[in-house]
Design a binder for this molecule. Structure first.
Ligand SMILES: Cc1cc2nc3c(=O)[nH]c(=O)nc-3n(C[C@H](O)[C@H](O)[C@H](O)COP(=O)(O)OP(=O)(O)OC[C@H]3O[C@@H](n4cnc5c(N)ncnc54)[C@H](O)[C@@H]3O)c2cc1C
Length: 382
């Protein structure tokens, strides 16, 4: 591949979650690359704030995601080995579902399809195994030993460090104002200048509709809050005793984490959320907002209190069907994008970076059909 006249083969717009993973993959491939990030490399204004993210393999959202999370898991381990840092904490995962709610059963169907290990337990077995959880008698209970959580800051920091060590430039505090393509490649204009390259990868998170305005992507932004609750006996919720969990019921799709280095039981609701924009979002959590989540915490964890130690606001970029979009630009050659990670993308990050770079650099690499753009707007590919 020939470099552009500023010396880059690939430019990445958006150095957040997926852009950092693309940078790591570009570094491993030895591709001369530039990542442009409008804020500091790790920041609280997009989708990666809040310190931890659940990783689940028995994937209720669809068995098509299982190979992607399996690949991501292998790459997370590779990153741990390379960096010497703990990134993935494998606590196992508990799927709890009230009668008539399907998350646990869909997770089991995914596990069965892909031969993943799991245990389908009675509520009584669940209560004996995790005495800090008060599982109702008529709920589904599934345990997946491979599940756990990822440390977001360590994940992004180590991928970026590895990319930089391999020659990738990562510019922080440099917003991209626009990009255009021509026969000779792409030109990206920022607040500091114009850079040229042969290929462009766009991973702009909640700002994707602006950076890819020509595509009219069917995305909307949801404001999501998360909370850290005080518990009477934190030792009961330590990572070696308490798994990550999802509790699917009329209250919502509540999920949470063991108490790690942060003071409290971290819990949030995957369902719901107010529509917003990254420019107008209210970044402070309102006092009345915790009611739903607090009621589930009280129902499931008798020793948890309603005292909130910490809270945060984060952004989901949603597609209409909740599936990601990862594809080549339908009309502009050499441009690839990943967007609409719909509040469940982090676990896949390493595999997403690898996939986006392959879409950009390997002509034979195909989009994943379920995640391709043409499910929304069939376009003739050039
Ligand atoms: C509260 C919350 C909880 C979640 N929990 C989980 C979970 O448990 N498990 C899981 O798998 N996933 C989870 N997710 C989802 C996951 O975190 C996201 O899917 C993922 O972080 C999305 O990554 P991204 O790269 O699209 O966005 P981001 O990480 O926000 O990155 C986009 C980047 O692009 C930059 N950018 C945008 N426009 C420009 C521009 N013009 N110039 C320069 N830079 C630009 C932004 O500043 C930003 O850094 C959660 C998300 C939230 C918000």
């Amino acid at each position: 591949m020939t470099a552009g006249d500023k010396g880059y083969d690939v430019i990445v717009i958006g150095g957040g979650t997926m852009g950092t993973a693309a940078a790591w993959e570009l570094g491993k491939r030895g591709v001369r690359s530039l990542v442009l990030e409008q804020f500091n490399h790790i920041h609280p204004f997009g989708a990666h704030g809040g310190r931890t993210r659940v990783i689940r393999h028995a994937y209720a959202e669809g068995p098509e995601y299982v190979p992607l999370v399996q690949r991501a898991d292998r790459l997370w381990l590779q990153l741990e080995e390379e960096s010497g840092e703990r990134i993935l904490m494998r606590t196992g995962g508990l799927e709890l579902a009230a009668p008539g709610f399907g998350h646990a059963r869909s997770a089991r169907a995914s596990a069965d399809r892909h031969g993943l290990p799991y245990e389908w337990l009675t509520p009584d077995e669940g209560r004996r195994r995790w005495p800090m959880v008060s599982i109702p008698d008529d709920w589904d209970v599934m345990f997946s030993p491979q599940a756990g959580y990822l440390y977001t800051d360590a994940a992004l920091r180590t991928m970026a460090a590895s990319a930089r060590n391999r020659g990738v430039d990562i510019h922080e505090q440099e917003p991209v104002l626009g990009w255009e393509s021509s026969d000779t490649g792409v030109a990206v204009t920022t607040t500091r200048g114009t850079y040229r390259a042969d290929r462009l990868i766009i991973t702009a998170g909640a700002w994707s509709s602006e950076v890819l305005a020509d595509l009219g992507l069917p995305l909307h932004i949801l404001r999501k809050s998360l909370w850290w609750f005080d518990v009477e006996d934190p030792a009961l919720f330590a990572p070696d005793r308490f798994p990550v969990f999802v509790a699917d019921s009329d209250i919502g799709e509540i999920y949470g984490f063991p108490i790690d280095d942060y003071p409290g039981l971290k819990v949030a609701d995957h369902s719901g959320g107010d529509r917003t924009t990254p420019h107008s979002v209210e970044r402070t959590v309102r006092v009345d907002e915790a009611a739903n989540v607090a009621s589930m915490v009280k129902r499931l964890f008798p020793t948890a209190t309603d005292r909130i130690r910490e809270q945060a606001v984060c952004l989901y970029t949603m597609t209409p069907d909740g599936d990601f979009i990862m594809d080549r630009h339908p009309t502009v050659p050499g441009v690839v994008f990943g967007a609409g990670f719909s509040g469940h993308g982090f676990k896949f990050t390493t595999a997403v970076g690898e996939h986006l770079v392959a879409l950009a650099l390997d002509p034979a690499h195909e989009p994943i059909p379920r995640l391709a753009l043409n499910r929304f707007q069939p376009v003739a590919r050039s």
